[in-house]
Design a protein around this ligand. Sequence first.
Ligand code: ATP
Ligand code: MG
Length: 738
Amino acid sequence: MESPILQGLNPAQRAAVEAYDSASLIIAGAGSGKTRVLTSRIAYMIQKGIKPKNILATTFTNKAAQEMRERIVKMIPEHLTEGQARHIWMGTFHSIFARILRTDAERIGFPANFTIYDASDAKNLIKTIVKELNLADDKYKPNTIASRISQAKNALVTPGAYLANSAHATEDRRAQIPEFGNIYNLYCQRCKHNGAMDFDDLLLQTNILLRDCPDVLERYQEQFKYILVDEYQDTNYAQYIIVRRLSQHHGKVCVVGDDAQSIYSFRGAKIENILSFQRDYPEAKVFKLEQNYRSTRTIVEAANSVIVHNSRRMEKRCFSEGDEGEKIRVLKAYTDREEAELVVQDLRDKVRATGDAWNEAAILYRTNNQSQALEESLRRRGIPYRIYKGASFYDRKEIKDMLAYIRLVVNPRDDEAFRRIVNYPARGIGDTTVLRIAQLAAERGVSMWEAVDALVAEPVSDPVQRTIVRKVAEFVALIRSLSLERAQKGLYDFGMEVASRSGILALFRRENSPEATSALDNIEELLNSMQLFKEQRDAEIRGGEELGEATVEEWLQSVTLTTDMDKKEDAGDDDKVTLMTVHSAKGLEFKYVYIVGMEENLFPSQRAAESPEGFEEERRLFYVALTRAKCSAVLSYAEMRFKWGNMEFSRPSCFLREIDPRYLDGAVGAGQTPVREEAAAGGRTALEELRRRFDVRYQQRAGGSGNPSFGGAKSSFGGRGGAYSGGSRPESGAPSFG
Ligand code: ATP
Ligand code: MG
């Protein structure tokens, strides 16, 4: 009898699932069931008797992995329990490699309890090094240096190799950062000293481990008999090499991707990886999935009509047999505030008219800072929304402080954690003392923690100095005693001890401000997450899993590798409109999609539009955005937008014109002369022209559903000190200007 897993798949999908025992390249358009095939393939394999622990599968987010796991269990409940499904190595590349490194880090000179530095730790470390080397911090900007280090690491160029290659030196001189190689080198040394790895290290060090320890490589080659990679178009060189190494013997790699959706080249993703898969695995079977099951014909065709403008593409034709669906609408607004109003109104009307839930709708934007105006409009209308932002829960100050204490307890060599909290809450240890400790650490080639011993041993006669040294010693004693607590207490109780004994709780309790209250809430949430982590583990152990008790290290790692995309929503609390960047919408789908800010220099972004490759990537990004929509897509742009505190004119995105007009509801920008031209013709300033237009439009709409605001609730039209500053949103009646 045919496996139920295969039922409901089309012939191409089915063939791709059945070929589980050979290397496979599944190349397909958006929404053609790639992820579904991957999930079915894993279920099929397990049904055929392959052990879960022999499967390695990478996904774009950890949440996606979680969902996949659940789906697999549902497909083959008689073959796989939830507990067994946990044995599948599934998650992001980073979380999988972190797990591998935990076991074998000592082999490559890192402690098993290594800390994972996040982006801000990395930047702080760079700042310290730049300062130590007396370099100009306007030339050696932390962001620039960080992204260059990241590029080098993802290309597997170690500092040694970097310094040995004179081409790099030339390039750095040209970029006016001749000392970059040196900084890179010091940065890596420091990380190693501190027992810390940054995100890119999780890839680089895994590569080093697999390169230098053949026994380890062999162990994992033996274990991961089947490797599956979703979103393969966005893997970088380091990930690519690891996959190749691990699959050297068995070669049973299945990659799934869409070259038209490659959007991470700025993180080193190589579209070539997908283009050269056939060369690397000549015996690979190739499957093309071309039928889109997600979207209406209009959306699929419109997306096709845009992507054909790219020169570098793999040949494939996506089609949908779904309904024709409604045409794509373009909303035009005068300002970003008005854009938000129009979009939110449209969205509300749509959801009300269809009786759908809010979570069927998403608003996508190119950059995070576009969310503010939208949030305001949503709030004003009382529409529930959820926002995925760069700044996550774990980026909040109070959380980072708490984590720094815990990190230092786990790994006292973690200098970034040490710096962060040695005088927080304030305990009278000044910058000079911290600097002295750092100096001692540098002189002796030890961590700051170890350097404290040297400081305490230094003879001091000055009583003030003596007091300070005593305070440092007290701090060290605090961390040591917390370390004892950790050994004796459960996860939650340990967290509670940290919060109270560090003085953080008392600090916020004394303060009694709204900020302090929210900080206390956040700390409570952090402690709850520790409790939850422990309870989950206990349940697994009760379920017969051979696992040890949940440890602080494990919890810490899960926290560090959590991205905002992974955050769990409380059950029953997820009927919300989603707001996110196009990048984070990868792989997701919504009935109604709004793409805002369709303007030149925004989408496509200015920086990316500077090179043809960058431009094509922006187009792929737009393709990704459009293909998230199941039923309808609405695009919007504003003629003026706040940028850096100033109102700036903007032009509609060239991508709007690339959409075949057959799929558009009306022409883009039809019947409207650009503001500046019409202003000149009428002898008005551009601002006057905008105001005139707004009045006309407002009168046309008066009595209609909306009450558009020109300047927006808080914004000051005209920017800093402009003639129209302070324009407030009218409660009723006509809008007022200044
Ligand atoms: P993306 O490129 O955005 O990652 P994808 O190729 O991974 O998309 P999926 O997310 O797997 O596509 O599938 C898109 C939608 O189509 C899902 O809702 C999925 O359930 C549905 N789908 C896939 N295959 C079929 C099929 N054979 N019959 C019906 N629906 C299908
Ligand atoms: Mg997918």
